[in-house]
Design a protein around this ligand. Structure first.
Ligand SMILES: NC(=O)c1ccc[n+]([C@@H]2O[C@H](COP(=O)([O-])OP(=O)(O)OC[C@H]3O[C@@H](n4cnc5c(N)ncnc54)[C@H](O)[C@@H]3O)[C@@H](O)[C@H]2O)c1
Length: 439
């Protein structure tokens, strides 16, 4: 079986590589020439654990190929996946420009039956727009009767654990509207079915909605716990204990209950915004999600506010060590990262930043230029620092040698945005300590 994956970002590259690993012949297509040239040379443009080795192996085996020209491979494949970006427009809606560009290119070059599958996260109704865009191009070419199908196969992988998530999915959702298309999708996903992973077939609108509802639910849990954490501070409760207490209830479960300094990344913020926007356009207010967003914006500022309070509203000339820049561990992705808000507020208030992240330093330079000092490691970041902001909970940050750090700092104080340290232990080590939702 041969497939093409259009868009070779986090999702497209992981999808293409994992299908190739399962024996499918894959063309990964991207308009970014530089990216494709790098991939051909075995240079992986993103950080994703285990991906480089898998790309290399499948590329060498001839199952994973890279090109910038969709038209040259289109009629050689059975299924085309569209995994291009769907960034938020200014009003929060999902920008479908790239998705529709791909649809038009398909329509301009298609010569045989094919299934065009949208893997990008798109609002309900997008499959209809994709179908229309392809049909219009076919009509222009006098090929109105050429049969094709559209489908929706949203992706649920997490950056940092993308390969495991793809290869051992909780579920695969396929939105489909024809038996022929379903047969092809069943064939493609056969290795997964054989391994007993669950494939859920739905109508297309439901598949599109499932992706948004899943991300909205996860974002809701985070904002809910952050709101509870802020309340814990007021009443003198400890959110870590509250988390354990409610997570033990099987109806609630223990995942995604960690309070912190807000969610970021390329998915939750934009998907929550897009769902709110789609609903509004259709005359419905997603009241819960509006609150989820509001809480998250507030939460990204909580660490900074604690810092300001500690220094009586004045951090002019103070050096703040920021530990962790990526929006979460095991990725270099900094899109909508809480670190960006925190750093911006520190700089605006006249403070200086010495920052360190195990993998996102290059990415940070793209976002922050020379506005901050880039440290070699967490110890270097704390040199002469007046505070530590722990923003991303990388494993290597969990057990630092506090005696060394205390001696190099101007003022030993830690603002722990992910609650990874123990207040008593920190106090015993001579630090002032502030977590989120902790007495
Ligand atoms: N990143 C995630 O963790 C994740 C998880 C699940 C779903 N998603 C969704 O998947 C989609 C892709 O996300 P991503 O993070 O992989 O995006 P990305 O920005 O990393 O990659 C998108 C790629 O598409 C390419 N592209 C744009 N237009 C193109 C065209 N006409 N032809 C060929 N290539 C084109 C870009 O050059 C880029 O390399 C989004 O809708 C996102 O919401 C992302």
């Amino acid at each position: 079986m041969k497939i093409a994956i259009v868009g070779t970002g986090y999702v497209g590259l992981v999808t293409g590589t994992c299908f190739a690993e399962m024996g499918t012949e894959v063309y990964c297509v991207d308009i970014d020439q530089n990216k494709i040239e790098k991939l051909k040379k075995g240079i992986i443009p993103i950080f994703e654990p285990g991906l480089d080795e898998m790309v290399e192996r499948n590329h060498k085996a001839g199952r994973l190929n890279f090109t910038t020209d969709l038209s040259s491979v289109l009629n050689d494949v059975d299924i085309v996946f569209s995994a291009v970006g769907t960034p938020p427009d200014e009003d929060g809606s999902a920008d479908l420009k790239y998705v529709l560009d791909v649809a038009r290119t398909v329509g301009q070059n298609l010569n045989k039956y094919m299934v065009i599958v949208t893997k990008s996260t798109v609002p309900v109704g997008t499959a209809k727009l994709v179908k229309k865009a392809i049909q219009e191009e076919l009509d222009k070419r006098g090929l109105s009767d050429l049969k094709f199908d559209v489908a929706s196969n949203p992706e649920f992988l997490k950056e940092g654990a993308a390969i495991t998530d793809f290869m051992q999915p909780d579920r695969v959702v396929v939105g489909i509207e024809s038996e022929e298309a379903q047969r092809l999708m069943e064939k493609l996903y056969k290795p997964f079915t054989l391994n007993n992973y669950r494939i859920i077939y739905t109508d297309i609108s439901s598949a599109e909605m499932i992706k948004y509802a899943a991300n909205a639910m996860l974002a809701t849990r985070i904002s809910f716990m952050n709101d509870i954490a802020n309340m814990c501070e007021i009443v003198g409760a400890d959110v870590n204990m509250v988390r354990k207490g409610i997570g033990a209830d099987a109806r609630i479960g223990s995942k995604f209950l960690y309070a912190g300094c807000g969610y970021g990344g390329s998915c939750f913020p934009k998907d929550v915004k897009a769902l709110i926007h789609t609903a509004k356009k259709l005359g419905h207010d997603m009241k819960i999600l509006e609150a989820v967003e509001e809480v998250n914006e507030y939460q990204k500022n909580v660490l900074f506010e604690k810092l300001m309070k500690y220094y009586d509203g004045n951090i002019k000339g103070k050096t703040i060590a920021v530990w962790g820049l990526a929006f979460k561990p095991k990725t270099d992705d900094m899109r909508e990262a809480p670190s960006l808000v925190i750093i911006d507020r520190i700089l605006q208030a006249g403070g200086k930043v010495r920052a360190y992240d195990p993998v996102a330093m290059e990415e940070a330079k793209r976002h922050l230029g020379d506005s901050i000092i880039y440290a070699k490691d967490i110890y270097d970041a704390t040199l002469d620092a007046d505070a530590i902001m722990m923003v991303t909970e990388w494993n290597e940050f969990r057990l630092p040698t506090w005696e060394v750090i205390r001696k190099t700092m101007n003022k030993p104080v830690v603002f722990d945005g992910r609650n990874i340290y123990n207040k008593q232990e920190m106090t015993d080590s001579g630090f002032d300590y502030f977590g989120i939702g902790i007495k």
